[in-house]
Design a protein around this ligand. Structure first.
Ligand code: UDX
Length: 443
C-alpha cells in the first residue's frame, strides 16, 4: 500500500519506518528542509533503539522516502497519516493549529478518495474538525480515522510491530476496511484490532495515559506513606501487583513521571473535562502529586546536609526522563538540578544519551562527565534520577574511591537496601527504609 506520513517527529518517523518494514511504500513529509535532507541522506534524527537499522534498510530499498512537498508526498498515497505536534496551549489544552492547517492544505490537493488518519494525540472532536478543514476546499470522497499510537519511547519499534491492541476509530465501512488491511500484519499473533467511533478512539488515548499516570502517582503516594510508617514499598508493590486486577506493571514508585505524553495528556484531559462541564478530580490530584514527587529527594538531601547545600558538589546519574531515550522533556533530573543550583551547590552529571540535549538547555551551568564514574569525583553525594541499566550494578569500589562521601540519594530504587548497607553507604531511596552507617536502621 502507498502511505504518506505528514510530520517526521518521533511518532511520524517510527510509524513511517515500521509501515515501510512491512512492505508498504511510505513517503514522509516535513516542512523542515534540513531535517528532510538529513533523513534522505540516511541520518536518523531521533534516538530510538532498533529504529536506525530498519530506517536504513527501508531507505535503501526505496520503500521509505522523504520530501518537503505535501503535494508530492500524498499524490499516490491511499492513506495519509497526520503525525503532527499538538503542543499544550497556555491553558493546557492541545493546540490543533498544525493538524488543522495541514488538513486544509490537503483539502486543496485531494483529487481522489483517501483515508486521513489522526495519529497524534488529539482531543475528542478533532476528527470532525479535520473533516471540516478538508471540506473547505474539497467536496469529493474521503474518510478521517482516529488511530492513536501507544508507543513507549525506548521500545517504540517493538510496541509498533507487536501492539497490545490497535484502536481504529471510524464510522465509515470503507475507512475501516482500508485500515484493517494495513494493520493485518501487525496483529497476526492474535492481539485485537478494536474498532470504534472516532470520539471514543480519541478519548481512549487520553484515558490510557491518564490511567497509567494515576497508577504511578498512587504508588508514589503509597511510597510516601511507607516512609512514614516504616513499610517497604517494594513489598507492597509485589503484594498488590500479583493480583491480576491490579497488574504488576507501572507500579514502580520514583521521582515522578515525565516525558512528552503523560504530563501533557493528563493536563489536556483535565482541560477537556472542564470544557465538557466536568471536574476530573482524580486527575487534578495526580498532577499535584507528580509535581511534588519530582522534588521528593530535595528535602531529604537538604536535611542530610543540615539545610546548607552551598559549596556542596553532587554527582547526578541520569538526565533523560526514563532510560533508553535522549528525551529530557519534563525530566525530573532537570527539576533537581534547578533546586541544587539555586541552593548554591554544583553538579556533575552523566547520562548515556541525553547529555547533548541538556547541554543545549543549560550550557555550562553544570559539568557533563565522560562517564558515570568521572561524575563522582569529589562528590558529597550521588543522586540517581534515571534507571539506566548500566547504573544498576556499578563497581562500588570505584564509587567509594571517587566520592568524598559515601552517600547516595536514589530516586529509582536501583539498589538492594540491605546489600548497600553492608557497603557502608548512607542510602536514601523512595518508599523504603533509609540506611546510615552509624544508625543502620534510620527511617
Ligand atoms: C507513554 C505511554 O506508555 C505510551 O503508551 C504513550 O504512547 C506515550 O506515553 P512514554 O512516555 O514513552 O510512553 O514512557 P513510559 O515508559 O510509559 O513512562 C512514562 C513515565 O512514567 C516515565 O517518566 C517513567 O519513569 C514513569 N514510570 C513508569 C514510573 O514512574 N513508574 C512506572 O512504574 C512506570
Amino acid at each position: 500500500m502507498k502511505i504518506a506520513v505528514v510530520g517526521t517527529g518521533y511518532v511520524g518517523l517510527v510509524t513511517g519506518t515500521c509501515f515501510a518494514e512491512t512492505g508498504n511504500e511510505v513517503t514522509c513529509v516535513d516542512i523542515d528542509s534540513k531535517k528532510v535532507e538529513r533523513l534522505s541522506n540516511g541520518e536518523i534524527t531521533i534516538y530510538e533503539p532498533g529504529l536506525e537499522k530498519l530506517f536504513l534498510r527501508n531507505l535503501k530499498e526505496n520503500r521509505l522516502q522523504f520530501t518537503t512537498s505535501l503535494e508530492d508526498g500524498i499524490r499516490d498515497a491511499k492513506i495519509v497519516f497526520l503525525a503532527l505536534p499538538t503542543p499544550p496551549g497556555e491553558d493546557g489544552s492541545a493546540d490543533l493549529k498544525y493538524i488543522l492547517g495541514v488538513s486544509e492544505e490537503i483539502g486543496k490537493l485531494l483529487k481522489d478518495y483517501k483515508v486521513l488518519v489522526d495519529k497524534s494525540t488529539v482531543p475528542v472532536g478533532t476528527a470532525e474538525k479535520v473533516k471540516a478543514a478538508v471540506r473547505k476546499n474539497y467536496s469529493g470522497e474521503f474518510d478521517v480515522v482516529s488511530n492513536p499510537e501507544f508507543l513507549r519511547e525506548g521500545v517504540a519499534v517493538d510496541d509498533f510491530m507487536k501492539p497490545d491492541r490497535v484502536v481504529i476509530g471510524t464510522t465509515s465501512e470503507r475507512g475501516r476496511k482500508v485500515m484493517g488491511d494495513l494493520y493485518a500484519p501487525f496483529v497476526r499473533s492474535g492481539n485485537p484490532v478494536i474498532y470504534m467511533d472516532e470520539r471514543s478512539a480519541e478519548l481512549t488515548k487520553y484515558a490510557a495515559n491518564s490511567f497509567l499516570a494515576t497508577k504511578i502517582s498512587f504508588m508514589n503516594e503509597i511510597a510516601q506513606l511507607c516512609e512514614r510508617v516504616g513499610a517497604d514499598v517494594d513489598m507492597v508493590r509485589l503484594g498488590i501487583g500479583s493480583d491480576d486486577r491490579i497488574g504488576k506493571r507501572f507500579l514502580f514508585p520514583g521521582i515522578g513521571y515525565g516525558g512528552s505524553c503523560f504530563p501533557k495528556d493528563v493536563q489536556a484531559l483535565v482541560k477537556s473535562s472542564c470544557e465538557a462541564d466536568y471536574q476530573f478530580r482524580i486527575l487534578n490530584a495526580v498532577m499535584e502529586v507528580n509535581e511534588k514527587q519530582k522534588l521528593h529527594l530535595i528535602p531529604k538531601i537538604k536535611k542530610y546536609f543540615n539545610d546548607d547545600l552551598k559549596g556542596k558538589h553532587f554527582a547526578l546519574w541520569g538526565l533523560a526522563f526514563k532510560p533508553n531515550t535522549d528525551d529530557i522533556r519534563e525530566a525530573p533530573a532537570l527539576y533537581i538540578i534547578e533546586e541544587l543550583l539555586a541552593a548554591g551547590a554544583t553538579v556533575s552529571a552523566f547520562d548515556p544519551e541525553a547529555m547533548k540535549n541538556v547541554q543545549q538547555l543549560l550550557g555550562d551551568q553544570i559539568h557533563f562527565a565522560e562517564n558515570q564514574y568521572e561524575a563522582l569525583k569529589g562528590a558529597d553525594a550521588l543522586i540517581i534520577a534515571t534507571e539506566w541499566n548500566e547504573f544498576r550494578t556499578p563497581d562500588f569500589l570505584k564509587i567509594v574511591t571517587s566520592m568524598k562521601n559515601k552517600t547516595i540519594f536514589d530516586g529509582r530504587n536501583l539498589f538492594d537496601v540491605s546489600a548497600i548497607s553492608e557497603l557502608g553507604f548512607h542510602y536514601e531511596s523512595v518508599g523504603r527504609r533509609s540506611i546510615s552507617p552509624n544508625s543502620n536502621h534510620k527511617n
